[in-house]
Write a protein that binds this ligand. Structure first.
Ligand SMILES: [Zn+2]
Ligand SMILES: [Zn+2]
Length: 168
């Protein structure tokens, strides 16, 4: 399970020492790709986390600051969107569906929690502005920058052959 990810942390100093804690700041790359959002090594995330020792478990609570490459759902303009997500994850030597494992040699991995929370924080339907006019479905003109002159003579459109083909 364990690799050289910067989000894999050794917690042997906390194990069995209930009530103690440690703070960490980690900068590292995660890979998240949704339809119109992308976070990758080009924009490393910054994670601030507090690790708290419970009886047999470690509680990780923190926030992650990210920058995502985002594309407008209507006009396909791209931009960088920054944001923060909060995560809470419990780690146990005997993990169940709510907890992540503490490895035998005392490591935990923050990445699954970071991945989940940043994925949820990213916009599902990004818009460059609320009233983005999008692209003309016929000619592809960006209607935010230039009004489309219309397509009265659709038979001349370079898409008309395709349309006839698709529409019986
Ligand atoms: Zn747009
Ligand atoms: Zn048009």
């Amino acid at each position: 399970m364990m690799n050289r990810s910067p989000f894999v942390l050794l917690v042997t100093d906390l194990l069995g020492r209930t009530g103690t804690h440690r703070d960490e700041t980690i900068v590292g790359a995660v890979e998240i790709e949704l339809d119109l959002d992308k976070v990758d090594e080009t924009h490393p995330v910054t994670v601030q986390v507090r690790l708290e020792a419970l009886a047999d478990e470690i509680l990780a609570r923190g926030n992650v600051a990210y920058s995502a490459e985002v594309e407008c759902n209507r006009c396909l303009t791209g931009w960088i969107e920054t944001g923060e997500a909060i995560f809470t994850q419990l780690y146990s030597k005997e993990p169940d569906e709510d907890t992540q494992p503490i490895s035998r040699d005392g490591h935990i991995d923050l990445e699954p929690a970071i991945h989940d929370e940043v994925s949820l924080a990213l916009p599902l339907v990004p818009l460059c502005k609320k009233d983005c006019l999008g692209l003309c479905p016929t000619c592809g003109t960006d209607l935010n920058t230039a009004p489309c002159s219309g397509h009265a003579d659709e038979s001349d459109s370079r898409f008309s052959a395709l349309r006839q083909f698709l529409e019986p």
